[in-house]
Write a protein that binds this ligand. Structure first.
Ligand code: HEM
Length: 458
């Protein structure tokens, strides 16, 4: 990558190529024999799923049972939802050549780019996953931990006793800093200052903007133009960072994700600059708000009950992470950050006893799996103890999906969450302020009122 014009052309080419409508076409679908579901107009079903899934999906489960079909836009395509662990297993264990995940994420193409792990399938997905995996293994996670702790400690040090705030906002700021420093490995304060607003705008891009990409002419106007301009700036900063990092004299000693990816690719099939950019933006979008949301719910739930609060404070003082890890897991069970995972069938397949046609989309509902009383006793209650010294039965706790597409950052999120809780409870008692409930925000579900808490020295 040599000039700014080159970067501009790369950004523009990505928007052209990855705009919805320019991607691969999905096969047409034969709807006979699919599970029952509502007969409402397609747009109403789609809107209900997008906006009100926390009420809509339980309603469908009560009405149609453990397996049901929604018809969603565009074109009323069938989306078959499964809710039992044995059916989730059939989906997760499905042949990756048949059960594609990338297609469903296509709308994110202009931002993430064609090489993104989230968008790829088959051989390309396998290769990218193999290249990225070492940066997320147990050894690497242990090395990130002290930097994550530093970022968390600095955040907590900026609070004062008696302060009341939306924990979601503070956790978003914190996890963004973690991505910039621990994943991108940026240390230069000037570049961090340029990156922060630019990355924030990228993460906050709305569905209206995403859908508008189907009409390339819109990219010359208003919010769409601003999005393209912001992407251009982000690309410029990212490519500059990648170029400089390749030449960094201390590359071998650095522990951030980007440096590891560059280093391990030096003797053979490494990632190109464009691939590195696409994967970094993917990690940013997949790993920032998700972890912040899980943490915000964790603080809110602990802050509603003196007993887990006392245990968190004790665990933090004694350096015993088991209870804090259980708090993160239970927070993600009670408040799934991502509502479901989906796969599109490239060939007919039998799931839950139904012969589903090529082109159908199928996926386990995380919301319902986590709320089933036969999966988790007393499912409405926040009880971290259920994760102490034991794991729930397979495929009953699936906040990170499963199979070959299981979240590559699951261990990272768990490590980060535990480190942050350790720092918060080392310093403060946390009390929830008011009630909260999940609200849909793009792909994730966040606390509607931001999970407000007050911190005090106790
Ligand atoms: C609490 C935090 C998080 C939650 C709830 C979460 C959830 C998920 C889910 C449900 C999937 C889809 C899995 C499937 O299709 O079976 C996924 C995929 C992914 N996540 Fe996460 N995630 C979190 C944090 C992270 C972090 C911290 C990173 C990276 C730094 C990350 C990177 C990714 C990537 C790259 C994928 C695509 C994997 C693939 O397709 O092979 N996530 N995540």
């Amino acid at each position: 990558m040599s000039t700014l014009d080159d970067v501009g052309e790369l950004t523009a080419a990505r928007f052209r190529k990855m705009s919805p409508g320019n991607g691969p076409k999905l096969p047409s679908v034969d709807l006979s024999g699919i599970p029952a579901g509502p007969r409402w107009p397609v747009l109403l079903q789609t809107a209900s799923l997008l906006r009100f899934r926390h009420r809509f999906l339980p309603y469908l489960h009560r009405t149609y049972g453990d397996v049901f079909t929604l018809r969603i836009a565009p074109g009323g395509r069938p989306l078959v939802i499964v809710t039992r662990p044995e059916h989730a297993k059939e989906v997760f264990a499905g042949d990756p050549e048949v059960f594609h995940a990338g297609k469903a994420n296509g709308i994110l193409g202009p931002i993430m780019g064609e090489h993104s792990l989230l968008l790829q399938d088959s051989t390309e997905h396998k290769r990218a996953r193999k290249l990225l995996m070492p940066a997320f293994n147990g050894h690497a996670l242990r090395e990130y931990q002290s930097l994550v702790t530093d970022v968390a400690r600095a955040e907590v040090a900026s609070w004062h006793p008696g302060q009341e705030f939306r924990s979601l906002d503070r956790m978003n700021a914190l996890t963004l800093e973690v991505i910039l420093r621990v994943v991108f490995g940026v240390t230069d304060e000037g570049r961090l200052q340029e990156l922060r607003p630019c990355v924030n705008k990228t993460v906050n891009v709305s569905p209206v903007i995403l859908l508008g990409w189907g009409y390339p002419k819109l990219q010359q106007y208003g919010p769409w133009k601003k999005t393209v301009d912001n992407q251009h700036l982000l690309d410029r900063l990212m490519y500059a960072e990648i170029r400089e990092r390749r030449l960094a004299p201390d590359l071998a000693e650095r522990t951030d994700v980007l440096s590891r990816l560059i280093l391990q690719g030096q003797d053979g099939d490494g990632l190109s600059d464009t691939e590195l950019r696409d994967q970094l933006v993917t990690l940013l979008l997949a790993g920032h708000e998700t972890t912040a949301t899980a943490l915000a719910w964790a603080l809110y739930e602990v802050g509603r009950d003196p007993e887990p609060l006392a245990r968190c404070r004790r665990a933090s003082a004694e350096g015993d992470d088991a209870f804090l890890e259980a708090v993160m897991k239970e927070s993600m069970r009670l408040h799934p950050v991502i509502p479901m995972v989906v796969r599109t069938l490239m060939k007919p397949a039998t799931i839950a006893g139904y012969d589903l046609p090529r082109g159908a989309t199928v996926g386990p509902s995380i919301i319902i799996s986590h709320a089933r009383a036969d999966n988790h006793e007393d499912p409405e209650a926040f009880r971290p103890e259920r994760f102490l010294g034991q794991n729930p039965p397979t495929n009953t706790w699936i906040p990170f999906g499963g199979g070959v597409r299981r979240c590559i950052g699951a261990g990272f999120a768990q490590m980060e969450g535990t480190a942050v809780l350790r720092e918060v409870f080392a310093a403060y008692d946390v009390t929830a302020v008011g009630d909260d409930e999940p609200q849909v925000r793009n792909i994730t579900s966040v606390p509607r009122r931001g999970a407000r808490v007050r911190v005090s020295e106790g």
